[in-house]
Design a protein around this ligand. Structure first.
Ligand SMILES: Cc1ncc(COP(=O)(O)O)c(C=O)c1O
Length: 391
């Protein structure tokens, strides 16, 4: 006889819904190649959103697919309690491409997790418990990361328990006043603010920020989760300012879609066994994905391409009718209008099959794969001109 519990299980299972947290486009991507995505109806989209700055070397790059498939055929996972040569290979390759070779690498699974680990390290290292972040900053949705994010709507009372001060953007006076009591573990800043609308900290501000952190014994954390990994035209966006942060966090483009995050830790911060850890971080598949990304970036010269294509787009967009401002570095660009941007984005998507990103109400955000070429850019420009004209 079927038990009532069993019947209940079938009925409850049949009505399981997803927790409704995202506003979704009515599109189902089923295939990707380079800068293009195809939906289940066979429509081909130019992807200028890059799955939110994640697709760095292009969708399903053949070398990436080969690296991952050949790895899974050998072994996909073992825990961090054994030797994993791929992690060492990844650290070596990373050092070669980002020109930072004396930092220590800790591997994790996402951007928020990288930031959580950075905050924890800074607090342990300094023995302090306060963090400074900046207006319009975004650092993730986990407890500490969301507490330092400037969006009260997503901070629960539980998260708000952290000691955080959010300061006005690039206000050195406010910064010095906040650091002077010498109770701040770290200041965290994005290499380029992404979700906040592509705001680039001036090189001079970053240099003064670092000097103030040194003066008052606080650590400087650079969140390069969106701006890093070559997207800005340098490996890390902070490298435009020539500073040396104490901790650098990364994720997104690192795995080209395979979840992986990383923390680069200055040599003056000593490792301590058991302080950080993760079950999945740095597993064979994640490392293979990250290595394939770096290899493709190197062989296809994608950091330089990001820089060149960014300059190309900026020049074309600079004086375009109907655009109030364009800014950014490399392939991390914002296009502002004085009117709401939603209609233009919809036009681009529905009429021209072009995906774009957004920041707030008036700003379109471009975060395409770093393989973008002039043909893609020209097509976008002419479609944008037409959309602005008809809008
Ligand atoms: C600058 C920045 N930091 C942190 C995060 C959080 O990364 P994740 O979604 O991988 O946790 C994001 C995500 O958009 C981000 O843009």
């Amino acid at each position: 006889m079927t038990s009532p519990g069993y019947i209940l299980f079938i009925i409850r299972g049949a009505i399981m819904e997803l927790f409704d947290v995202y506003s979704l486009f009515d599109i189902t991507p089923v295939r990707g190649e380079d800068c293009y995505v195809w939906d289940s109806e066979g429509n081909k989209y130019l992807d200028l959103y890059g799955g939110h700055a994640v697709i760095s070397i292009g969708h399903s790059h053949p070398h990436y697919v080969d690296r991952l498939t050949s790895q899974i055929k050998k072994i996909g996972f073992y825990s961090n309690s054994v030797q994993n040569p791929l992690q060492k290979e990844l650290a070596k390759k990373l050092a070669e491409l980002c020109y930072i070779d004396d930092y220590q690498l800790f591997l994790c699974n996402s951007g928020a997790e990288a930031n959580e680990n950075a905050l924890k390290l800074a607090s342990f290292h300094t023995g302090r418990d306060k963090i400074i972040a900046f207006e319009k900053g975004f650092h993730g949705r986990t407890s500490g990361a969301v507490a330092i994010t400037d969006n009260a709507k997503i901070v629960a009372p539980y998260n708000a328990g952290h000691k955080v001060q959010i300061l006005p953007w690039q206000d050195l006076e406010a910064l010095e006043k906040a650091l002077a009591p010498q109770d701040v573990a770290a200041v965290i800043i994005e290499g380029i603010q992404g979700i906040g609308g592509i705001h680039i900290p001036s090189p001079d501000f970053l240099r003064q920020l670092q000097a103030l952190c040194i003066k008052y014994g606080s650590l400087l954390i650079l969140d390069e989760i969106q701006s890093g990994y070559g997207r800005s035209g340098k490996f890390f966006a902070f490298q435009y300012a020539g500073i040396t942060p104490d901790i650098i966090t990364m994720a997104k483009g690192m795995g080209n879609g395979f979840p992986i995050g990383g923390v680069l830790i200055s040599p003056h911060i000593e490792a301590q066994k058991g302080l950080l850890g993760t079950t999945f971080g740095g597993n064979y598949l994640a490392c293979s994905a990250a290595l394939a990304v770096l290899e493709v970036m190197q062989t296809e010269n994608l950091i330089e391409n990001s820089y060149q294509m960014g300059e190309y787009l900026l020049a074309k967009l600079q004086n375009m009718k109907g655009i109030s401002e364009v800014r950014g570095r490399g392939l991390m660009l914002a296009i502002d209008r004085s009117e709401k941007i939603a209609a233009i984005r919809k036009d681009l998507l529905i009429k021209n099959y072009i995906f774009t990103g957004v920041s707030g109400t008036y700003t379109m955000r471009l975060l395409p794969p770093m393989t973008l070429n002039k043909g893609h850019a020209d097509r976008f420009i002419s479609c944008l001109e037409a959309a602005v004209d008809s809008g």
